[in-house]
Design a protein around this ligand. Structure first.
Ligand code: MD3
Ligand code: FE
Length: 205
């Protein structure tokens, strides 16, 4: 009904909504994620070269992102064999408020950053439908997000993401290089044992 909220900042085409979720809403999502993780445990993906990623992951929705020696791809089941649990309604509401897309997300990737975890600069290009945006929610400890360019190399820009912040990557920004350099472990009270959680919603088919 109401006009969608305007972004607080646009970083190379990526819209940043600071504290889009207030503390009670963050807690609601965190509770829902605990149930997702109980049904589909976090795992350490292996890269194609056999190196373990420092981030642990799981997914909800029709498809989840997996990576192993055979490469990375979307799969309908967790590596342990069970189907991914449904995407929690509290998370779907964020998509519906900000994506501007008629389609519903098919994948909800949950990234958990423990102490020292990071994610190198990369592009997200495993999705068949690049028309839909990616919507991302940060929870827990602060993370230093780095945004590059449409091609490898060149200057980059960094911004600290806080608990409750939401990013929307649509249009050309969908293909920018991005990563998480480091987290400030223990900087948030949302996650009493520390760590950063990032949730990304995507249309993948
Ligand atoms: C910019 N996750 O899951 S979220 C990922 O914080 C990923 O865990 C990071 O990169 C994290 O692929 C960054 C912000 C984000 C997510 C997807 C993007 C930025 C993006 C896709 C295209 C461009
Ligand atoms: Fe990414």
């Amino acid at each position: 009904q109401s006009e969608p909220r305007a972004a607080d900042q646009v970083i190379r085409g990526i819209a940043l909504y600071r504290e889009f979720l207030d503390l009670p809403a963050q807690q609601e999502v965190l509770q829902a994620l605990r149930r997702v993780i109980a049904a589909a445990p976090l795992f350490h993906p292996q890269t194609q070269r056999g190196k373990q990623m420092t981030v642990r992951m799981t997914s909800a929705g029709k498809f989840g992102w997996v990576s192993d020696r055979r490469g990375y791809r979307y799969e309908p089941c967790h590596p342990a064999g069970m189907p991914w649990p449904p995407i929690p309604p509290a998370i779907l509401r964020i998509w519906n408020a900000l994506s501007g897309s008629d389609r519903q997300p098919e994948s909800c990737l949950v990234n958990f950053y423990g102490e020292g975890a990071r994610m190198g600069l990369h592009q997200d290009r495993d999705e068949k439908d690049m028309g839909a945006p990616v919507v991302s929610l940060s929870l827990g400890d602060e993370g230093l997000f780095r945004v590059g360019n449409l091609e490898r190399g060149g200057p980059t820009q960094s911004v600290w993401l806080h608990s409750g912040d939401v990013l929307v990557m649509g249009g050309a920004a969908r293909l920018t290089y991005h990563g998480i350099d480091r987290i400030r472990f223990g900087s948030s009270r949302l996650t009493p044992r520390g760590g950063r959680i990032n949730v990304t919603l995507r249309v993948v088919t």
